[in-house]
Design a protein around this ligand. Structure first.
Ligand code: ADP
Length: 251
């Protein structure tokens, strides 16, 4: 894997509450360029909320986030322009692909580049076709989402994120809504992206997958990072009791 040590993403002291529910209690996260980081932990521990804060879908109450050149201390509320810049730095793939049902595969993929990024339509189409071919879906360009399997829909969801040419890819349990026999094809695409050097933060319950692709695994519980490390260390010899209990339940 080719990555440099320069952090592409740096998060310090991230805090977020929903009403009385203090969901993130000071999260630190450093992701080097080209690294794959998997966030694991029990349901409700705050993993998705971290991704949503990184993609500008939620505004943190406190903390500093830097992605590439973009940096903001959330002690002050970001302006609209700052929020847009944060949103543009990453692209998120959701648990459910969220494709527009009335648009074809190709139209779904070019929607972001053409409308949000103002890319010329012909250029967006050429890039979309290239990316669809890469995930084995070239011949589906004119199909509608309901004509595709769940795994194919999710691969289109990934292509839609890639088409935005973000610095950082965020995946929120990308396989958890899929039938078991469709999980493999989506994980294969993620592995290929990792090999190509994309910087990715992946919330996942697929620990076997995390073990294979992650440079760093971060274990969350109760809105804090309990433990982090290389997968071979964290899975084989977790230092914390809470991590051990979680892994015993899942593995
Ligand atoms: P995980 O991804 O680890 O399952 P989440 O980040 O989805 O955890 O959720 C953490 C906590 O935040 C949960 O208690 C959840 O109910 C709460 N939460 C998440 N999003 C919202 C929201 N938009 N409004 C209110 N509560 C939320």
């Amino acid at each position: 894997m080719s990555h440099t040590d320069a952090p592409l993403l740096q998060v310090t002291g991230l805090e977020k509450s929903f009403g009385d529910n203090h969901v993130l209690r000071g999260i630190d996260l450093t992701v080097a360029s080209g690294q794959v980081v998997c966030l694991i932990g029990p349901s409700g521990s705050g993993k998705t909320t971290v991704l949503r804060c990184l993609n500008g879908l939620e505004t943190p109450d406190a903390g500093v986030v830097s992605v590439g050149e973009w940096r903001h201390d959330f002690e002050t509320a970001p302006t609209k322009t700052q929020r847009a810049a944060l949103r543009d730095a990453s692209a998120m793939v959701f648990q459910h692909h969220n494709l527009f049902p009335h648009l074809t595969v190709l139209e779904n993929v070019i929607e972001g580049p053409v409308h949000a990024k103002r890319m010329p339509r012909a250029e967006a189409i050429a890039e979309a076709e290239r990316l669809l071919a890469r995930v084995g879906l070239a011949e589906k360009r004119d199909a509608y989402p309901h004509e595709l399997s769940g795994g194919q829909q999710q691969r289109v969801g990934i292509v839609r994120a890639l088409a935005l040419a973000p610095d950082l890819l965020l995946f929120d349990e990308p396989t958890s809504a899929l039938d078991p026999e469709l999980v493999g094809e989506v994980l294969q695409v993620l592995k290929e992206l990792a090999d190509e050097g994309w910087t990715m933060v992946i919330v996942t319950h697929e620990l076997q997958f995390a073990r294979q692709v992650a440079d760093q695994v971060v274990f969350f519980d109760g809105g804090v990072v309990v433990e982090r490390g290389a997968p071979e260390d964290l899975f084989r010899a977790p230092a914390e009791e809470r991590t051990r209990r979680f892994l015993d339940r899942i593995l």
